[in-house]
Ligand binder design. Structure first.
Ligand SMILES: *Cc1c(COP(=O)(O)O)cnc(C)c1O
Ligand SMILES: [Zn+2]
Length: 431
């Protein structure tokens, strides 16, 4: 290979030079970035990575950008947390949380994909960028476009959560609310990208965008001490993230940075939008589109672009997929916050509830090293918890009032002392 990276068709293998293209002109399958792995053997080493920045750009030599590219905004390198209290609650032992609820700059894993996509938008000379989004992508594009000097158009379904709308507009992006669901928004975006020659991160820049997701996988391996986990639980919207974590692990094995190991991939969806988990459960790669109806709006893609690849990756890895109800999602958000101090959005509620179910159904063995991917921040979907916590009455600034307040509180059983230490009372928290 004469170049460090280029595009290749995922199905027929046809090669393409680097261009804003997303699908093969022969077979219409999606394009993917491939690298000169011989060159990468020299540049992508444990030592060079350790000497790199504390961001996803420490893996720059396996990302589709020129060698001397200087990313204007650091993203990624989020904590991998041990989760012993959540583990105890759900019958696990070696459970970890990859916490992209604190990914910078906009508090979701989408900051990673946007970093790579916008780098390529610059390379291709676009002056205007955009995306079709279920929320987090909108926030990430709007924020990162500012420091790179792009004009920005963002298309979202009209019923998006208010926090995600505000978190897009505040950066000065032009927000277009489209009457319809994500799939309608996405179709319009493809037409706009073509008509106006704009760089749409998840349309004509999609192969580059998707590479950003690999860094979740690289980080998991590096943070486990250059080891692969036994299992990974990943939320699925378009189905890209789960396939790219798998690609990352394969690349690390190929380059000799980790020992080879069969990692099982588990996909998580909301029952109200579960085209991929439904296919996996049916033993099929054929995705039947659905009309989304769930509070997990960030995952509400009824016709997922990478759905067949996600379903295949799950099956080939020996994993499984599950979907959970909106009630389970909310309760899992609370559970993760109460046990591990991580406040996630509805997508993280999906992942947490699915992780719990996988243990309960014996699909994951308690002794396995399992990583649950938390991909977004709870402050963006506070509506999901509406009515869950009553507004406490006020007290006067007097000790007597406070003592009375505490007494009433204990009677109602809301205060559970052991929450602080992470122990359970009689195997159950009182809510
Ligand atoms: C977009 C998104 C995902 C899923 O990403 P895909 O690559 O489209 O499957 C998961 N979690 C959150 C919070 C997201 O915004
Ligand atoms: Zn092809």
């Amino acid at each position: 290979m004469a170049v460090a990276y280029e595009l290749r068709c995922r199905d027929c293998g046809k090669r393409f030079k680097n261009d804003p293209l997303s699908s093969c002109d022969e077979c219409f399958s999606p394009l993917e970035v491939v690298y000169d792995m011989d060159a990468a053997k020299r540049t992508f080493t444990r030592e060079s990575i350790a000497g790199g920045p504390a961001s996803m750009w420490r893996y720059q030599s396996l990302l589709p950008v020129p060698e001397d590219y200087a990313a204007p905004t650091p993203a990624g390198w989020t904590p991998l947390l041990e989760a012993p209290r959540l583990a105890k609650r759900i019958g696990a032992k070696n459970l970890f949380i990859k916490n992209d609820a604190v990914c910078l700059p906009t508090l979701s894993f989408k900051d990673r994909v946007v970093s790579v996509a916008l780098a390529n938008a610059k390379i291709f000379g676009f002056d205007t960028v955009g995306c079709s989004s279920t929320g987090n992508l909108a926030n990430a594009v709007a924020a990162q476009a500012v420091r790179m000097g792009f004009k920005t158009y963002i298309l979202v379904p009209a019923d998006l959560e208010p926090a995600k709308i505000l978190n897009t507009q505040v950066y000065g992006a032009t927000l277009v609310r489209v009457e319809g669901n994500y799939d309608h928004v996405n179709r319009l975006s493809s037409q706009i990208a073509e008509r106006f020659h704009w760089g749409f991160v998840n349309v004509n820049l999609r192969p580059y965008y998707a590479e950003g997701s690999k860094t979740v996988g690289y980080e998991i391996a590096e943070q486990l001490g250059w080891r692969l986990p036994d299992n990974v639980v990943v939320p699925m919207a378009g189905g890209s993230l789960i396939t790219k974590i798998r690609k990352a692990f394969k690349e690390l094995v190929e380059l000799g940075l980790v020992a080879e190991k069969q990692v099982r991939f588990f996909g998580a969806q909301a029952t109200g939008c579960s085209p991929i988990s439904t296919a996996v459960k049916a033993g099929s790669d054929i995705i039947e589109p659905q009309r989304p109806n769930t509070i997990a709006r960030s995952l509400a893609i009824g016709n997922p672009a990478d759905g067949p690849y996600a379903a295949r990756a799950i099956r080939d890895s020996g994993g499984w997929a599950e979907d959970v109800s909106d009630v389970e999602i909310v309760s899992a958000i609370q559970e993760l916050a109460e046990t591990e101090g991580v406040f996630t959005e509805t997508a993280g509620g999906v992942t947490t509830a699915v992780t719990a179910r996988l243990y309960a159904h014996g699909r994951i063995s308690p002794d396995d090293v399992t990583v649950s991917c938390i991909t977004g921040n709870g402050l963006k979907t506070t509506d999901a918890l509406a009515g869950k916590y009553e507004a406490e009455r006020t007290i006067r600034p007097r000790m007597a009032d406070f003592e009375e307040f505490v007494a009433q509180h204990e009677v109602r059983g809301i205060v559970v002392d052991d929450m602080v230490s992470g122990e359970l009372v009689g195997g159950e928290y009182v809510r």
